[in-house]
Design a protein around this ligand. Structure first.
Ligand code: UGA
Length: 438
């Protein structure tokens, strides 16, 4: 099929490239010419395992191309995916839909033949109706079919998530379009994905409710982890014990620092705002948002306890600063929040980040980036394992001990078995949801 993606951000790029890999002819559109030239050469501006190879493969096969010609590319396509950003608006809670609406206006002005317009961007319930209104302005009613097809890709696992999703959700009542999408996703459905056909508004809500539910699971396990620290229970055993119940499921039950990234914090707030707007307050979602803020404070306070409240001039080393492993994304990473708190209190920060991601941290003079893990942890007062990168799972502790009088580690991802550390000389090891005696 002939497809175009408007927006070559995370979602647009990954989905566009994956659709081309399924044999479709795909144009990825963006305003940023420099970025497009980079992509045309097979260079990927984001860190996503396997994506660069897939881009090159499909460029070579002639199925994938990049363009800044929005109208020209849409004219050549049957299906148009809108995959532009919907960041948090200035009010700090709602989704900013300006990019979505401005794309809709451009399509409305420039396109005169029938197109299926698909919202891939995460948008509040009823956005499809608003897009329809914009598109049908001055046009014969029914020229465009507007549908919702939310994405469920995780950064770092996006290609796998695209190719082997649990479900594909298509929001439209148009039977002809449902058939077309069933065909478009056939290779994926054949591998076992469920095909969920529902109304457009339902699809929009499925996306928000999914992210909010996953965020709830994480906050729930983090709160139970707090209790574990008080009652001498290991959270990892609790996660296994409850996750084996198929009604609960074992995934997204890893206790850790506050959840972050460009989706959960933004989407939970936007969903809570939708609830408020419709006079249907979402008290659970609001609790999750508040708990996640409190989580940041709890972890911060634990660190003060570990350092006996003496923060000034202490050197704290972060291993990993991204919001999770396998991404270079620092958006809403709890590391950023913690680092800014510690600097204000006069601490110095060393950090090692496997992806070299550092833009947001560059501006602080007391924050030092190291491209060598063992130099970063040299002569420091505290090592915080912030991100669950594989390379932190087998640290060379004798090397670390040789360069430090005393080694204190706070492992926010429980990468190590508590007991094996307690017996090791000169290492004070603290983790999440296990007896915490700082
Ligand atoms: C999330 C969803 O998982 C995707 O399904 C969705 O498509 C995407 O948002 C989106 O809306 O675009 P992502 O933000 O890439 O994906 O990251 P996750 O893997 O979901 O992790 C989010 C946060 O939760 C991270 O800070 C991670 O460390 C934390 N987390 C996750 C935990 O603390 N414990 C867990 O068990 C799982």
């Amino acid at each position: 099929m002939k497809i175009c993606f408007i927006g070559t951000g995370y979602v647009g790029l990954v989905s566009g490239v994956c659709f081309s890999d399924l044999g479709n002819s795909v144009i990825c559109i963006d305003k940023d010419r420099e970025k497009l030239t980079q992509l045309e050469n097979g260079d990927i501006p984001i860190f996503e395992p396997g994506l660069s190879e897939l881009v090159r493969k499909n460029l070579d096969a002639g199925r994938l191309s990049f363009s800044d010609d929005l109208i020209g590319s849409i004219k050549k396509s049957d299906i148009v995916f809108i995959a532009v950003g919907t960041p948090t608006a200035k009010d700090g809670v709602s989704a900013d839909l300006s990019q979505v609406f401005s794309v809709a206006k451009l399509i409305s002005k420039g396109i005169k033949s029938h197109k299926i317009i698909v919202t891939k961007s995460t948008v509040p319930i009823g956005t499809g109706d608003k897009i329809e209104k914009i598109l049908n302005k001055n046009k014969k009613k029914g020229l465009f079919t507007i549908i919702s097809n939310p994405e469920f890709l995780r950064e770092g696992e996006a290609i796998k998530d695209f190719k082997y999703p649990d479900r594909v959700v298509i929001g439209t009542n148009d039977k002809r379009v449902i058939k077309i999408f069933n065909e478009l996703y056939r290779p994926i459905i054949n591998k076992g994905a469920a095909f969920v056909s529902c109304s457009r508004r339902t699809a929009e809500l499925i996306k928000y409710a999914s992210n909010a539910f996953l965020a709830t699971k994480i906050s729930f396990i983090n709160e139970i982890a707090n209790l574990c620290e008080k009652v001498h229970v290991n959270i990892d055993d609790v996660s296994v014990g409850i996750g084996l119940d198929k009604r609960i499921g074992s995934r997204f039950l890893r206790a850790g620092p506050a959840y972050g990234g460009s989706c959960f914090p933004k989407d939970t707030k936007a969903l809570a705002k939708v609830g408020k707007n419709y006079n249907s307050p979402l008290s659970i979602v609001n609790s999750v948002i508040n708990f996640n803020e409190k989580r940041k404070k709890d972890i911060e306070n634990n660190i003060y306890k570990i350092l006996h409240n003496k923060i000034k001039n202490k050197i704290i080393c972060f291993l990993g600063v991204t919001f999770k492993a396998n991404t270079d994304d620092l958006r809403d990473s709890s590391a950023i929040n913690l680092i800014s708190k510690f600097i204000k209190k006069g601490a110095k920060i060393n950090y090692y980040e496997p992806t070299g991601s550092k833009e947001i941290l560059d501006k602080h003079k007391n924050v030092k980036y190291f491209d060598d893990l063992y130099l970063a942890v040299k002569k420091v007062d505290l090592i915080i394992i912030h991100t669950e990168w594989d390379e932190f799972k087998n640290l060379n502790f004798s090397k670390i001990k040789n360069n430090n009088k005393k080694v204190i580690i706070y492992d926010l991802r429980n990468l190590y078995d508590n007991k094996s550390f307690i017996n090791k000389n000169n290492i004070s090891y603290y983790s999440i949801g296990r007896p915490f005696n700082a």
